[in-house]
Design a protein around this ligand. Structure first.
Ligand code: NI
Length: 195
């Protein structure tokens, strides 16, 4: 096992379309997946796609832990919104709604930045595990978000390309000041409207 070097925005490997994996059960695939998981955990990421470690294959790893759940959510809803550490080879996504929701994202290939990205709120995904078994799940909320983010990497797309307002692309070290300034601006807008 090894921690791999992560490609950063600007490296051509992140812009290409990754290739389907001919045999998800091949030993090289297992070795790559182990490295991807180790690299993701070391970098404290929620997900990682193979092109981010300079491997142009359709493989993603991700997790959607309970700690990312919104408060007060019932058990049935929570089920679709969480995922254990998942390895998905040759993934496919089927979007189930026209509804989109903005949420903050970061990316190990875009270090130091955060952006508010609109994503579909509900989808189905399927792909293969390294044991060759078919994985098929419904996903909502953060779970659906992380799957869309990681699968975008396989088509050469980084999250800033999905943003509709680049004033919401900020350094994470400025997030607190940025959010406070925005809240204040909204408050004064509201006061004007009330007056
Ligand atoms: Ni990413």
């Amino acid at each position: 096992m090894a921690i791999r070097k992560i490609a950063r925005m600007g490296h051509p490997v992140l812009r290409g379309v990754a290739k389907p994996v001919p045999d998800p059960t091949a030993p090289e695939v297992k070795a790559l997946v182990r490295d991807m998981i180790e690299t993701m955990i070391d970098a404290n990421g929620a997900g990682l796609a193979a092109p981010q470690v300079h491997e142009p294959w359709r493989i993603v790893v991700f997790q959607a832990p309970e700690s990312r759940l919104p408060e007060g959510i019932d058990e049935a809803e929570a089920f679709d919104r969480t995922a254990p550490l998942t390895i998905l080879i040759n993934p496919e996504i089927e979007i189930l709604t026209a509804e989109m929701e903005k949420g903050w994202e970061g990316c190990l290939s875009v270090p130091g930045l955060r952006g508010a990205v609109p994503r579909y709120t509900e989808l189905l995904y399927r792909g293969y595990g390294p044991d060759g078994a078919l994985i098929e799940r419904r996903a909502k909320g953060f779970h659906a978000r992380v799957v869309q983010h990681e699968c975008d990497h396989l088509d050469g797309i980084l999250y800033p390309q999905r943003m509709d307002d680049l004033t919401e692309l900020i350094f994470e070290t400025e997030a607190r000041a940025w959010l406070a300034a925005r809240a204040e601006a909204r408050e004064s807008e509201k006061e004007k409207a009330d007056a």
